[in-house]
Write a protein that binds this ligand. Structure first.
Ligand code: ADP
Ligand code: MG
Length: 599
């Protein structure tokens, strides 16, 4: 700055400029306008809400939200557009009991400062009170006249961001904006099953829900009936929090948290702490890098919930958060335990059209493939092969936990092996269970590694130590992993630069005739970790479980198959492998009968 520059003059901004600045926080994009308007309609006690979007060219040009809520009295209409004017609180202490979505009184003022707004409203419960038509653009009132109108409110937004060119240019394609509207409405619809919603886009229906006592219908409408069938109800009442909703079977788990829905006091929120609490409720039913599908609504005393953290109110601050998180974890855990979580094959998910010459084959999730079975792999078990598999299986006797016996998996009687990959078994109820032998054995080994933590580390010394050469970068990673590897049963020493001596390996890896196996394991461990957010111990345990498990394509005797099935039942989480893939799939008699058109 130049020496001669005068001190700047400080001025108070005019109200219109203040509103436009405030709009930057609340009205970020078309979807945020939809959010504010729909929340106002909900706060007005609407039983049905309709959202119409119009788009031309690349942008959304008009947004209209129509509700059958309380409506606004003529004298109050201009006030609704005044900054910091609200009917929802009178002073700050009201925030301790707030149950409405809005309370800041700035949405309509902000929107009216960056767009043209046409409001038509009439009080619903006062037949004598006239309706009002009110038009305001860039903060200037253009019209305020009595008008006939149905009870409720309809508000139309046009020319959004017409006077804020930078914001307008920043708008993405209309598809992106529509996707944002969908994202936002999903959360709102799920938190308000008691309201009928309808979204149209350029006149065509996008999404519609009916009034319903439970969110299950909404879930089915948005995510499909199949997901709704995979849900387990959750319900818990505690002095601190009442929890209701659903969590999904682990078989539908995801790589991200996009299907974890949490509403607190009817407000859809994002809460990392509660997301983790839900995941914790699954325990090892889910791999560490997998996330469940869950829809939970929490009712908490509003004085414990601070919604005034951010203008969009999506983040909330909870007092007693650790206690509430613990109750959520418990509720999810209880809902899942004792529940049979084997994924069902449903006739509805299979292709219906059967043409001559084709056998009805299961679409996903049944891993059916048409490639011919590798010849030579699936044949009579050889003596040497059987002995090797026997040894692999014997290394992995899972000791029943004292608390075992709570397993919801019925006793399994093996019928045989199919394709060297699947074990076929029946239950006392006459169901057909298809087990993936590799995934099942992987789960068994994984849990055995957990048991090992409480005592015996099963280490096997190599007759001749194996020498490993790695690149300098890999060597660095490997030497940092040596302590963790030791806990899993690997005895590895550094042996000069970039060279390691392997003296012992976990017993589950067998005799390790083949040093390349160890090389593979080290490569797995030293490769840059992609999406996984798991610690080294966990990665090592998983790799050992995977490498130690009987492979797909290994012919097993009936006794060996039965052993895998029996041990799988003894695991704490028999339904998935450590990576979250299913270990078994069920066909009920009824489903098979339907497939064969017997029913
Ligand atoms: P807030 O929702 O925080 O109170 P808004 O600027 O969104 O602030 O709305 C201001 C006021 O206008 C609300 O408090 C409410 O009284 C009234 N209002 C807005 N939309 C509606 C509606 N759809 N139905 C009835 N009243 C409404
Ligand atoms: Mg509002």
């Amino acid at each position: 700055m130049k020496e001669s520059a005068p001190a700047p003059t400080i001025r108070l901004l005019d109200q219109h400029t203040v509103n436009k600045i405030a709009a930057g926080e609340v009205v970020e994009r078309p979807a945020s306008v939809v959010k504010e308007l729909v929340e106002n309609a909900i706060d007005a006690g609407a039983g049905s809400i309709r959202i119409d979007l119009l788009a031309t060219g690349t942008t959304i040009t008009a947004i209209r939200v129509t509700d059958d809520g309380t409506g606004i009295a003529p004298a109050d209409v201009p006030l609704a557009f005044a900054p910091h004017a609200t009917s929802k609180i009178t002073d700050i202490s009201d925030l301790d009991t707030i149950r409405t979505l809005g309370f800041r009184g700035e949405a309509l003022a902000s929107i009216a400062s960056v767009a043209k707004v046409t409001l038509i409203t009439r009080p619903r419960n006062d037949a004598l009170m006239p309706g009002t038509r009110f038009v305001i653009a860039g903060g200037a009132v253009l019209e305020n006249t009595p008008a006939g109108a149905p009870g409720g409110t309809s508000i139309l937004i046009e020319d959004l961001f017409y006077n804020t060119p930078a914001r307008k240019k920043f708008q993405r394609s209309r598809q992106t904006e529509l996707a944002h509207v969908h994202d936002l409405l999903e959360g709102i619809l799920l938190s308000h099953p008691e309201i009928a919603f309808r979204l149209t886009y350029n006149g065509s229906d996008q999404l519609a829900t009916d009034k319903s006592p439970s969110s299950l219908d909404t879930i089915a409408r948005i995510y499909g009936a199949d997901l709704a069938r995979d849900l387990v109800p959750v319900s818990r009442t505690h002095p601190l929090v009442a929890i209701a909703g659903h969590v999904a079977r682990p078989s539908v788990a995801r790589k991200d948290t996009a299907r974890i829905f949490i509403a607190i006091n009817r407000r859809y929120v994002s809460s990392p702490a509660l997301t983790n609490a839900i995941k914790a409720g699954y325990g090892t039913l889910l791999a560490k890098d997998r996330f469940p599908v869950a829809f939970l609504t929490l009712d908490i005393d509003p004085s414990l919930v601070d919604v005034n953290v951010h203008p969009t109110k999506k983040l909330v601050r909870l007092s007693k958060e650790p206690e509430i998180a613990r109750i959520v974890t418990e509720a999810v855990h209880r809902a899942l335990s004792g529940h049979d979580l084997i994924p069902d094959i449903r006739p509805g998910t299979l292709p219906q059209v059967i043409t001559a010459g084709s056998i009805p084959s299961a679409a996903s999730p049944l891993p059916y493939r048409h490639d011919p079975l590798p010849t030579g792999m699936v044949s009579e078990p050889t003596h040497a092969g059987t002995v090797a598999t026997d040894r692999q299986l014997r290394q992995t006797e899972l000791v029943p936990e004292p608390a075992a016996g709570t397993t919801a998996v019925p006793p399994l009687t093996v019928i045989g092996q199919f394709g060297g990959i699947y074990i076929l078994a029946t239950t006392p109820a006459g169901e057909l269970i298809v087990i993936d032998q590799h995934a099942a054995h992987e789960r068994i080994l994984y849990e055995q590694a957990g048991q090992k933590d409480r005592g015996e580390t099963r280490v096997q010394e190599l007759i001749a130590p194996v020498l490993l050469h790695r690149t300098p970068r890999e060597s660095q990673v490997l030497s940092s992993l040596i302590p963790d590897l030791a806990k899993e049963g690997f005895v590895i020493e550094e042996f000069g630069s970039s060279t390691f001596l392997v003296r012992a390996v976990p017993v589950v890896l067998g005799k390790l005739e083949d040093a390349s196996l160890l090389d593979d394991i080290v490569s797995d461990l030293t490769s840059p970790d992609r999406s996984q957010r798991v610690d080294n111990r966990e990665r090592i345990t998983r790799i050992v479980a995977c490498r130690g498990a009987i492979k797909a394509g290994t012919v097993c005797t009936p006794e060996q198959c039965q052993r895998v099935a029996d041990q799988l039942r003894l695991t704490k989480q028999p339904y998935t492998c450590p990576h979250g893939r299913p270990t078994m799939i069920r066909f009920s008699r009824g489903d098979l009968d339907t497939l064969f058109k017997r029913s």
